[in-house]
Design a protein around this ligand. Sequence first.
Ligand SMILES: [Zn+2]
Ligand SMILES: [Zn+2]
Length: 283
Amino acid sequence: HRMKFQSGYEIAVTLGLFLGLAAREEPKLAKVDVLVPVPLSEHRLEKRGFNQAMILADTMKEVWKRPVCNHVVRTRETETQSGLSLTKRKHNVRGAFAVLPGFDFRNKHCLIVDDVITSGSTFYSLSRLIEDYGGRPMGVFAARTEILRGVTKMLRNCEECNRLFSHPARSLCQDCYDQAKKSFDAVKKYLRDNPGATVAQVARDTEVDLELIYDYIREGRLDVIPKDARLQCSICGAPISVGRVCAKCRNDLRSTMTSEPTRSQGKPKVDSRVHTLENIKDR
Ligand SMILES: [Zn+2]
Ligand SMILES: [Zn+2]
């Protein structure tokens, strides 16, 4: 039995409709003059076929009657944010956007519409740019109003490509999941057919990234491993056949972790990177 999940496009349309209706009823958003979807780079747009943030904004416009500004462009490729620390994320998106001529931002309340649920760095970078042009950026999105809480709970951003998707257990969207499975299957089959192969040979013939092949070995997923694959304990450097740490170091780690009393880390950390309709940043 295979469950059917909505495509990224359908998800964006559905969410955009909900967001538009919710925004229309939200008094704090009444002064919004224009919707500014976070742009994708040309390269990524080509790869994905559409920009979810743009579809969100376009669908919101249908029910909320606010114009969409498409004069913001991405000037350079940024790495997928999901694997990066907050500092790296901020650095990653700095100077990543530019404004094309033909749109007057002055004194306009601009609602930045993003399809990313948990990263605020794109928002900060883009809002600074809008301020530079005299506009007044406002926060959000992929939001969580009361109405949307149920919807967004089922959505997440793909760890690989950052697109919104819906699946109860996976961290990858359907496309990336299929791609990951294809790569793994190719490596597994190649090694079964060519048991004496080296890591470099596997990488070359399957076109799967070297690091990815090492990940498979570390995770113990391959029944035949490349003959020259040498894993080292990342703490002491001893040779190991699976995982990242040798048995001895793992034991040492375990005893230090259990002997230390568990302390709470001060006040509970509020995830300020999540922009919600309730904490809209209005400046
Ligand atoms: Zn993906
Ligand atoms: Zn070790």
